[in-house]
Design a protein around this ligand. Structure first.
Ligand code: ATP
Ligand code: MG
Ligand code: MG
Ligand code: MG
Length: 561
């Protein structure tokens, strides 16, 4: 394309309301413009990059056996009421009414629509497995739309939905999508990690997130240096690997169902609002000691989500007790306030943050119960000092923390939606069975911003080859007829060999052209200057590595790569 004819409104100044580099550069390089909070117009150059990435996603989805379709963004509320998500999804769901006062919403995701589709069409086991995907605009009324397209209210997503006969089929579909995601991000040259994730309001069992490591990331990734353990800190799977007390043991069962008074006392001691406590669970440590956890919201025996953990006391802690009455419980001598960051013996609640109990910052910190470790009685730690360098519960290796941008997520949904929508098939024996579902999302626009976070310098974007809007930026300098003629010839020649070329045929000074080339960030810059052309030479510069060299004229296509 010729720049003189293209709408590429680059900016010299950094727009004041753009906080992060990708947002700044997407505006400055003329990739997009803001319409209103969290909603953007993609300009020709930006849309070019979007199509590049979409193409990679399509190729890998198709290769993995998924089929592309396109579902409506505008969805009847009835479907969302059937899945109970019309209310459960919360204020992020954009709701609206039609002229007959009927409720609608703008799809933030498409489990409802796709399950409704297949429940009416798929009848037999012979029709499965099936994987359907689309690349489509999504709507989420985010509390804090920010960082440009990293968190928009309207954004492009690739979403795929798999339908299988049974768990083994779902496991295969999930793995195929997981592998396809790795290929997609590898092809884009992104540095990422796959981590264990919380399945959030979408629900379901297994889930992994694909995290592009970048400082501006809003998620914290906890990963082990020595094994492949990595999780979202939100989930912090490493936190509670405990065993619930066997309720059959008489002595213990008395403890296993703490009475309301005990819970109230412990809650008061821990400074937790009693009405927040949805569940209290007793755990037995490897050393046979008892730990009481106060939990709000979701609860699973072996994994309590950090954000749902209100507080923990070790019921067998030595020392003075403010709750003598709890001594009715065997061995109990008093709770320890985990806010005190007190470590007692080798098997107690170990590292805890101050204010952790009921504090909103709770998921900013790792709470680690390591019952296997040898600690001296009354050791005291400050969690902020030991935050990094914790020991992995799987291998004892060192835990590290990194900020990440969630660019994709895969979920095993199981039968959550097939049950709600009665999406069934007849098996070989003619018996009706629920389909096993999975869902798989990639943030198209967010991934592009994430790629810029990882690939830029002070002058502009450094596009990975696969995402670059054009591979070659051709810069004729000056007004000499020879230069203009050579530029035109080279433009035609490179284009004819399938190379995508952006020709800066504008009547601008060399400085302006160089600055815009750095800003726009095409991987290969070819400069045609009057003097070097006369000497039979062109200058080539790689944007990523900064490597510069000259090539002789003739057969340029083979020499620039
Ligand atoms: P987040 O935790 O950042 O809010 P999410 O977990 O709610 O994201 P999913 O429901 O998993 O998002 O959607 C699939 C993908 O869509 C995400 O992995 C992300 O890449 C992208 N995405 C989600 N919300 C947004 C948004 N507001 N703007 C841009 N992309 C988004
Ligand atoms: Mg979200
Ligand atoms: Mg998320
Ligand atoms: Mg997600």
């Amino acid at each position: 394309m010729k720049m003189s004819k293209m709408y590429i409104p680059t900016l010299k100044e950094t727009p004041a309301d753009a906080e992060v580099v990708s947002h700044q550069l997407m505006l400055r390089a003329g990739l997009m413009r803001k319409l209103t909070s969290g909603i953007y117009t993609y300009l020709p150059l930006g849309y070019n990059v979007i199509r590049k990435f979409e193409q990679i996603v399509r190729e890998e989805m198709n290769r993995a056996g998924a089929q592309e379709l396109l579902m409506p963004a505008l969805q009847p509320a009835d479907l969302w009421k059937e899945s109970k998500r019309f209310d459960d999804y919360g204020p992020e769901l954009m709701k609206l009414k039609d002229r007959h006062n009927r409720d609608f919403c703008l799809g933030p995701t498409h489990e409802e629509v796709v399950t409704d589709l297949v429940r009416d069409e798929i009848r037999s086991y012979k029709d499965l497995p099936l994987n359907l995907y689309q690349i489509q605009t999504k709507y989420r009324d985010e509390v804090r739309p920010r960082f440009g397209v990293l968190r928009g209210r309207e954004f492009i997503m690739k979403d795929a939905y798999s339908f299988d006969l049974d768990q083994a089929g779902l496991d295969r579909s999930y793995q195929a999508m997981y592998d396809a995601y790795c290929k997609i991000y590898d092809r884009c040259g992104l540095k990422y990690r796959t981590i264990l994730a919380d399945s959030g309001p979408i629900g379901g069992d297994d889930s992994h997130e694909f995290m592009v490591l970048a400082e501006v990331g809003e998620d914290t990734v906890v990963y082990c240096d020595s094994c492949d353990y990595a999780a979202n800190l939100e989930l912090a799977e490493s936190v509670l690997k405990l065993r619930e007390i066997d309720g059959s043991d008489e002595e213990l069962s008395a403890v296993a169902t703490p009475d309301a008074k005990t819970i109230a006392q412990v809650a008061e001691y821990l400074d937790v609002e009693i009405n927040q406590v949805v569940k209290s669970v007793l755990y037995e440590t490897q050393h046979g000691e008892l730990v009481l956890a106060l939990i709000r919201g979701d609860y699973e025996v072996n994994e309590v989500k950090l954000a749902n953990l209100l507080g923990v006391v070790n019921l067998e802690m030595a020392g003075d007790s403010v709750y003598e009455e709890l001594n009715t419980v065997k061995g109990f001598t008093g709770p320890v306030n985990i806010g005190e960051v007190k470590i007692v013996a080798d098997h107690s609640v170990s590292k805890i943050v101050d204010g952790v109990i009921g504090a909103n910052e709770i998921d900013q910190h790792l709470i680690h119960f390591n019952f296997a470790r040898d600690l001296d009685l009354e050791d005291t730690f400050d969690i902020r000092e030991v935050k990094a360098g914790e020991e992995c519960v799987h291998c004892g290796g060192e835990l590290k923390f990194a900020e990440g941008i969630e660019v994709g997520q895969v979920f095993k949904l199981g039968t959550k939606y097939s049950e709600a929508f009665e999406a069934t098939y007849l098996d070989e024996a003619g018996k009706s069975q629920l389909m096993k579902m999975g869902c798989y999302g990639i943030g198209i626009t967010r991934t592009i911003a994430a790629a810029i976070e990882q690939n830029h310098d002070e002058y502009g974007i450094k596009w990975p080859l696969a995402l670059a809007p054009y591979q070659v930026h051709l810069l004729p300098l000056g007004k000499s007829e020879d230069v203009i003629k050579k530029a035109e010839e080279l433009y035609q020649e490179l284009t004819s060999t399938g190379i995508e070329v952006l020709l800066d045929d504008r009547n601008e000074r060399a400085g302006v052209k160089f600055n815009d080339a750095d800003l726009i960030g095409c991987p290969i810059r070819v400069t045609i200057g009057g003097r070097s052309l006369a000497a039979g030479e062109l200058e080539v510069k790689y944007r990523q590595s900064g490597k510069e060299f000259t090539i002789s004229t003739g057969n340029e296509a083979t020499k620039i790569k």
